[in-house]
Design a protein around this ligand. Structure first.
Ligand code: AR6
Length: 217
C-alpha cells in the first residue's frame, strides 16, 4: 500500500482545513475551473489539509527536522522516517515523492529549499525548482491537489516576499502548462504570510488572479 504513487487514497477536487482558523475557514475548488481559480491561500497546519499531496520543506538528509518538516514527520509516523532513510540524501532544488503513511494524503513531496545566503548563490533558481518539480510530480503521478508551505522562509531564512513571488510565478507557469495539479494551495502558518501571498496574487495579471477567500457553506 505504501508503494502507491498514484492519487488513489481518495478523489480530491477540494481542499479544506479540518481545524478552521478564524478566517480562511474553508476553501473549495473545482479542478475543472480555469487556471485563475486553481490557486488558493489557506492559513493553518499543512498536515490538516484535505489534499492529495503536501509538500515538505525538508533538508538534504530527508530525515526530518523542525518546522513543517517536524510536523509532517510526527503526523506521518515513524514509517516515513524509515522510508526516507532508505532513499538517501537529496539536494537543494530537488523534490522526492514518498507515500504519506499515517497521513490521509496520497503522497508527500519532499522539497529541499535553499538556505538563504544573500541570493547570489543560486537560491532563487533552487527555490523555483522546488515549486516546478513538485508540480511536475503531481502531473506524473496523477495528483489532483497539492499544498505548499512557504519553503525556505523559516529556518532557511529566505526573504518571505521574494519567496512568495517565486512560488506564485512558478506555480502559475506550471498550471498554464498542465491540467494537473487541478488545485494548488499555498498553506501559510501565519496570517502575515497569508497576507503576503494574497498581496502577491493580487498583483498578478487578471488571468492569474485568484479567489483566496473562504466560501460560505
Ligand atoms: N504547516 C504549514 N506551515 C508550517 C508548519 C505547518 N505545520 N510549520 C511551520 N510552517 P521551515 P525551511 C511554516 O523552517 O525554512 C527544518 O528543520 C513556517 O512558518 O519549516 O525550508 C528542516 O528539516 C515557515 O513559513 O522550513 C530543514 O532543516 C515555513 O513553514 C529546515 O527546517 C517554512 O519553515 C528547512 O527550513
Amino acid at each position: 500500500m505504501h508503494n502507491r504513487t498514484r492519487a488513489s487514497k481518495r478523489p480530491s477536487t477540494a481542499a479544506s482545513v479540518s481545524q478552521p482558523e478564524p478566517d480562511d475557514k474553508f476553501v473549495r475548488m473545482d479542478s475543472s475551473r480555469p487556471v485563475e481559480n486553481r490557486v488558493a491561500v489557506v492559513r493553518g497546519d499543512i498536515t490538516k489539509l484535505e489534499v492529495d499531496a503536501i509538500v515538505n520543506a525538508a533538508n538534504a538528509s530527508l530525515c526530518g527536522g523542525g518546522g513543517v518538516d517536524g510536523a509532517i514527520h510526527r503526523a506521518a509516523g515513524p514509517a516515513l522516517l524509515e522510508h526516507c532513510r532508505a532513499l538517501g540524501s537529496s539536494r537543494p532544488g530537488e523534490v522526492t515523492l514518498t507515500p504519506a503513511f499515517e497521513l490521509p494524503m496520497t503522497a508527500i513531496l519532499h522539497a529541499v529549499g535553499p538556505v538563504w545566503s544573500g541570493g547570489g548563490r543560486g537560491e532563487p533558481a533552487q527555490l523555483r525548482s522546488c515549486y516546478a518539480k513538485a508540480c511536475a510530480l503531481c502531473q506524473e503521478h496523477g495528483l489532483q491537489s497539492v499544498a505548499f508551505p512557504a519553503i525556505s522562509t523559516g529556518a532557511y531564512r529566505y526573504p518571505r516576499k521574494d519567496a512568495a513571488r517565486i512560488a506564485v510565478e512558478t506555480v502559475q507557469s506550471a498550471l498554464d502548462e498542465s491540467p494537473l495539479p487541478g488545485l494548488v494551495v499555498f498553506c501559510c502558518f501565519s496570517e502575515g504570510d497569508a497576507r503576503i501571498y494574497r498581496d502577491v496574487l493580487g498583483r498578478c495579471p487578471p488571468k492569474t488572479a485568484v479567489d483566496s477567500r473562504p466560501r460560505p457553506g
